[in-house]
Write a protein that binds this ligand. Structure first.
Ligand code: C5P
Length: 220
């Protein structure tokens, strides 16, 4: 089989991570969670008391933290300056601030460079998930998928992960984050012209995985 580069983009809660990890595992590909990288740099900003509402303060230190992503879909680790931040990057605090940090062009330039290096080093092929992979990071990807789902479905799925959260609050937070990610100037969340759009609202995770695996196999 040829090494393939698969880009999976879409808003929050559409099943990107679950789908990407499962597809990579089934097909023996590497995996990169680019959202985790933006969360990691945001965690570092918050931890170091950088004012995340001040883009110039963010830009000034964007190059400082060293971020390293593991690419095993069975164990996707992420470290900042050698510290494993897999758990703390998932807090509400980071989720509510990540859009402001990821909108800063210096942050995007830095993280995009990391992403391209990881993809270039993945010899057997890779599944890369995010918001701007098909449009900006890897415009020559062999296959581009854009996952969508209704806001209700996305909030319900996210709530299943966050035990005991209020589904309305979750939905509002997701809508707010998507609006910020879609409206920023530098590489916003967008479907690439040549991406295959898959609406997952009425599909099970297994069906979405099967659909993407079939599309990848057609490219190999
Ligand atoms: O995928 P996840 O929800 O963990 O992404 C967190 C945030 O990281 C997004 O809301 C967005 O602000 C940012 N992001 C981005 N570009 C990507 C991936 C994520 O701006 N390729």
């Amino acid at each position: 089989a040829q090494p393939v580069i698969v880009a999976i983009d879409g808003p929050a809660g559409t099943g990107k991570s679950s789908t990407s990890k499962a597809v990579a595992t089934q097909l023996g590909l590497s995996y990169l969670d680019t959202g985790a990288q933006y969360r990691a740099i945001t965690w570092w900003m918050v931890t170091n008391a950088i004012d995340v509402d001040d883009p110039s303060a963010i830009a000034a230190v964007a190059g400082k933290p060293e971020i390293v992503s593991g690419t095993d879909p069975a164990n996707p680790t992420i470290t900042v300056d050698g510290v494993d931040v897999s758990a703390p990057i998932r807090t509400q605090e980071v989720s509510s601030r990540v859009s402001a940090v990821s909108a800063v062009p210096e942050v995007r330039a830095r993280i995009t460079e990391l992403q391209r290096a990881v993809a270039a080093g993945a010899e057997g092929g890779i599944v890369v998930e995010g918001r701007d992979i098909g449009t900006t990071v890897l415009p020559d990807a062999d296959l581009k998928i854009f996952l969508t789902a209704s806001a209700e479905a996305r909030a319900a799925r996210r709530n299943g992960e966050l035990k005991g959260a209020d589904v309305n609050a979750t939905r509002e937070a997701l809508i707010k984050r998507d609006a910020a990610d879609s409206s920023r100037k530098t590489s916003p969340l967008a479907k690439a012209d040549d991406a295959v759009e898959v609406d997952t609202t009425e599909l099970t995770l297994t069906q979405v995985i099967e659909c993407v695996v079939t599309l990848v196999e057609e490219k190999r």
